[in-house]
Design a binder for this molecule. Structure first.
Ligand SMILES: [Zn+2]
Length: 225
């Protein structure tokens, strides 16, 4: 079963479009256009990790949930929230109500030319921390249920993941394209899989810049580049 879409909508702005903006969105996600006051539903079960109640920042009011599958989701521009940090939430639970808050405004939905109208912005991160920048987030679209708003048993299941066993940052040599941080997971078949998580990471990650060492790890960890 895929993720629950947070709100019903027929018009949206894609993750790719957020990344194409000039300047690019600092947390590319999907804008789902819906009337102010629409209940916002949790994508999956998890724990509320962060909330924001100020309309000052671009985010407006928001709710961040650390999902039980290891990913993190955040809903922006809310009119209000119904959960607090530390609360457990279940899939489909109402976590707030949609709005058009942020940039110091309680309701910017009148400015359709610039904002597109009232919407919920959903950001998805691969792990339980914030990574900002155009390469820091995942496109939520493939993770949703196939049929849109309602839950569907026919949707492709999301593989349940174990917590990452380690984090590796490949620093490489100056001028090389390589770089970034990977979470390393133990796969069920005994191999290891690396998942790119962006530019930053936790304090205790392993930094690698030795070409020989990187090459040896690439032989045993799939997805490490
Ligand atoms: Zn957005």
């Amino acid at each position: 079963m895929g993720y629950q879409r947070p709100v019903p909508y027929s018009r949206s702005t894609s993750w790719a479009a957020h990344r194409r903006r000039n300047p690019p969105s600092s947390e590319p996600g999907i804008d789902m256009f819906c009337p102010i006051g629409t209940p916002v539903l949790a994508a999956e079960s998890g724990r509320v990790a962060d909330t924001g109640d100020s309309i000052g920042p671009a985010t407006g009011r928001f709710v961040t949930i650390d999902l039980d599958d290891g990913r993190r989701v955040r809903y922006l521009h809310l009119k209000s929230r119904t959960v607090s940090v530390g609360n457990r939430v279940r899939r489909g639970q109402v976590v707030g109500y949609s709005g058009a808050t942020g940039y110091g405004e309680e309701d910017w939905s009148w400015n359709v030319a610039e904002t597109g109208g009232a919407h919920v912005h959903m950001t998805l991160w691969p792990l339980h921390w914030y990574v900002f920048g155009s390469n820091g987030t995942l496109d939520p679209e493939p993770y949703f249920d196939a049929d849109g708003v309602a839950a569907s048993e026919s949707a492709k299941p999301i593989p349940k993941r174990r917590a990452p066993m380690n984090y590796i940052r490949i620093t490489g040599k100056a001028g090389e394209r390589r770089g970034g941080t990977y979470a390393v997971f133990a796969a069920s078949d005994g191999t290891y899989v690396a998942e790119f998580v962006g530019d930053s990471g936790p304090d205790n990650l392993v930094e690698l810049n030795d070409e020989g060492q990187i090459g040896r790890l690439q032989n045993i960890i799939r997805g490490l580049r």
